[in-house]
Write a protein that binds this ligand. Sequence first.
Ligand code: NAI
Length: 246
Amino acid sequence: MQTPRRALVTGAARGIGRAIADALVRDGCDVAVVDRAFHGESDAALERAAAPGRRTWRQVADVRSAGEVAQTVEAVAAQWGGIDILVNNAGIARDQVIWKMTDEQWHDVVETNLTGTFHCCRAVLPLMRKGGWGAIVNVSSINGLRGKFGQTNYAAAKAGIIGLTKSLAKEAARFNITVNAVAPGFIDTAITQAMPEEARREALQEVLLGRPGRVEDVAEAVAFLCSDRARFITGEVMRVDGGQYI
Ligand code: NAI
């Protein structure tokens, strides 16, 4: 049997990140679950993850902090000897039209979604280089491709992730590291449950397949991009949106 791949997933205490962690465990990976807050629902996820022979790791860290990210990556690598898979999923939205947007709303969203992704990629890259294999998947959004009313901060951060993904794909290919992004549409999670009812209805009307996405829909795409089946795919942005974008 192949040695399990060692994965680190950010924002994995709940929602899409938790589903990604579960899918990677199912696919035979050891998974480090990193989040700034464990919302009281993560124990079940970790219990599921702790299948016989699988190692899991749970770490509180804020991806906005370069220091906390570096410490987390060092700790996981010290325990497991390396990291092969990184999924940058941690993200927040703080919607507001730009003329009312506070500095805090702007910086929170850009620092979590975009700078957090940078911190994690930078910290993990040397380990992947050393291991001679790597897969990075960054969670963007269709709103990073098309923009959205009330989301200048979020769309800018998610578009930034796409630029980062393509640039890093170019830098990392020589080390056998692939770098891809997924761009989910309307997925049923805490983020979308917090939207006003009218906005939820409008978003849902755009989805060709006529339903909100499930966290598993995104997790399956991410798990594929992390697998050996996707080794000739890099610099790609895969929409997982039920046709919402087109
Ligand atoms: P969620 O709010 O359910 O989960 C996000 C997780 O990230 C939470 O556990 C939270 O504690 C964690 N997190 C937030 N800031 C963090 C930080 N600074 N450091 C570490 N962890 C942090 O959200 P959801 O919906 O599961 O979103 C996951 C990702 O998918 C996000 O990047 C989001 O922008 C993206 N996305 C979600 C869509 C949706 O419709 N739900 C659509 C497109 C993209």
